[in-house]
Design a protein around this ligand. Structure first.
Ligand SMILES: Cc1cc2nc3c(=O)[nH]c(=O)nc-3n(C[C@H](O)[C@H](O)[C@H](O)COP(=O)(O)OP(=O)(O)OC[C@H]3O[C@@H](n4cnc5c(N)ncnc54)[C@H](O)[C@@H]3O)c2cc1C
Length: 444
């Protein structure tokens, strides 16, 4: 795919409603790309103003991140008199996307902060500050930690991810994951800033599936570039629990072994078995490693609520299997509970852009179901992703997915995958444009 079409498909169409996440693959023709993205766009051409008629049905959305904020907004736009209550435990959302740039001092935490004001004032979403501790899928109710019970016709769960416990970690904050942006991101940034000039940083990558497949590799590239500039005698050990780069292999291997070869030591099949925060040691299946800074990203599962509610019926009990036409849970008796974003188990990557896309498919399906109709039988999503290879250059990859009735799964649209050959400064600028458009589509 030529760069021009990629930008049309992300930067321009993003503003309209089509957005993308993380995929990869071969070059394809402009015509094939244009057709795939056109299909994705057509599937989502819907009203852009909120209906003002009487309330006919109610939906509770749990989690106001990339998936939850988007589904709340689009249910208000596309639903026929759907009252939407969004329950979120934080006052505002901190974006994970772009958060690795805080580690190199290129972004502030404040620049990652997104408020719910527009969802309330422009779209009429009711936002409740609270922590949902349980759900009743049959009675379609959620209970907050305060004891408040909310009832609706449907529930959408978008609580993101939680982590496996790491043996030895206890309550120590000496080895932050910074994989849910927030205080841990600021903490890791301060630990890096205090790293000695000949210091060693460690970045441990968990087994797939995890949130944002290229994310750890792009963070490694960023930190390596920062080390070259600020700690010229320092090094970065990347401990990967996987046997190889899990995505964008060409660009990341050229970056790891070529561009950053003097800084990065890449160890594959290195599953972390235990840590000792006091001595800053990481025990793995490939030996014991010591770092002055340790960014340990643990293995992941769906948000606690998904696991506690018995909805994690896929991926060894980690994520929620869903019907790909509506994102309804496949657990018996829980078909009025829909799961989107990183908590769901799909063939699409766990990415913010895909969470936004899943949210739109879910909003569309719910607006039809609540009016007595059936969901779109052929949903299309798309995914784009920029990866920082240096502090000023990025690569990209993109793919479109279409529902395959035979397997009841989302499949990559033939010839829709593409990745940049190498990295460039222009892509870095485009990444900011894409980010602004994505966040506006979800929160504004
Ligand atoms: C470093 C990093 C870089 C990334 N870069 C990219 C990128 O470039 N492109 C991309 O597409 N994706 C990227 N991602 C992935 C992206 O951030 C996630 O895939 C996306 O946020 C998933 O959306 P979600 O709605 O499932 O979860 P989240 O966005 O995490 O939202 C979950 C929300 O639910 C709330 N919540 C959880 N439980 C409860 C509860 N019980 N009650 C009330 N509220 C609750 C949380 O407070 C949170 O606000 C990146 C991730 C990381 C960590």
């Amino acid at each position: 795919m030529k760069r021009r079409h990629f930008l049309n498909a992300t930067t321009a169409s993003v503003a309209a409603s089509m957005l993308a996440a993380c995929g990869g693959g071969d070059e394809s023709t402009d015509a094939q790309q244009a057709q795939a993205f056109e299909q994705a766009n057509d599937a989502k051409k819907r009203p852009v103003t909120v209906s003002t008629g009487p309330i006919k049905s109610r939906v509770i959305v749990v989690g106001g991140g990339m998936g939850g904020a988007t589904v709340a907004k689009y249910l208000r736009l596309w639903g026929d008199g759907v009252e939407v209550t969004l329950v979120e435990r934080a006052n505002s959302y901190t974006s994970n996307i772009m958060s690795s740039l805080v580690l190199t001092g290129q972004r502030t935490m404040a620049s990652l902060d997104f408020k719910y004001d527009t969802l309330i004032s422009k779209y009429g979403v009711k936002v409740v500050l609270g922590d949902v501790v349980s759900i009743d899928p049959v009675a379609v109710k959620v209970t907050l930690s305060t004891g408040t019970v909310l009832a609706a016709d449907r529930i959408v769960l978008a609580p993101g991810i939680d982590f496996d416990e790491v043996p030895g970690m206890g309550t120590s904050n000496k080895m932050p994951h910074a994989w849910k942006a927030g205080p841990q991101t600021a903490l890791l940034a301060s630990q890096l800033a205090a790293m000695p000039s000949n210091g060693t940083a460690i970045l441990a990558i968990p087994k797939v599936p995890y949130r944002c497949p290229p994310g750890p590799y792009e963070r490694a590239c960023l930190i390596a570039d920062w080390i070259k500039a600020k700690r010229p005698r320092g090094k970065l050990i990347v401990l990967d629990a996987n046997p190889d780069f899990v995505t964008e292999k060409d660009n990341f291997s050229n970056a790891f072994f070529g561009l950053h070869g003097g800084v990065i030591e890449y160890v594959t099949n290195a599953t972390v078995s235990q840590v000792d925060p006091a001595s800053m040691q990481v025990y793995t299946t490939q030996g014991v490693f010591r770092g002055d800074v340790v960014n340990l990203i643990p293995r992941q599962k769906g948000g606690k609520l998904i696991v506690d509610s018995g909805l994690a019926n896929a991926t060894e009990g980690r994520f929620a299997d869903v019907n790909m036409l509506s994102y309804a849970s496949t657990v018996a008796g829980a078909d009025k509970v829909h799961v989107i974003g990183d908590s769901s188990a799909t063939t699409q990557p766990k990415a913010g852009h895909i969470a936004n896309q899943e949210a739109k498919v879910c909003a569309d399906a719910l607006s039809r179901l609540l009016s007595g109709a059936t969901p779109d039988p052929a949903p299309v999503t798309n995914s784009a992703c920029y990866s920082t290879i240096t502090m000023s250059q990025a690569s990209w990859l993109t793919a479109a997915f279409q529902y395959d009735a035979a397997t009841q799964a989302m499949k990559v649209v033939p010839a829709s995958s593409a990745a940049s050959v190498g990295w460039a400064k222009d892509n870095f600028g485009d990444m900011s444009t894409w980010f602004k458009a994505l966040m506006a589509d979800s929160f504004a």
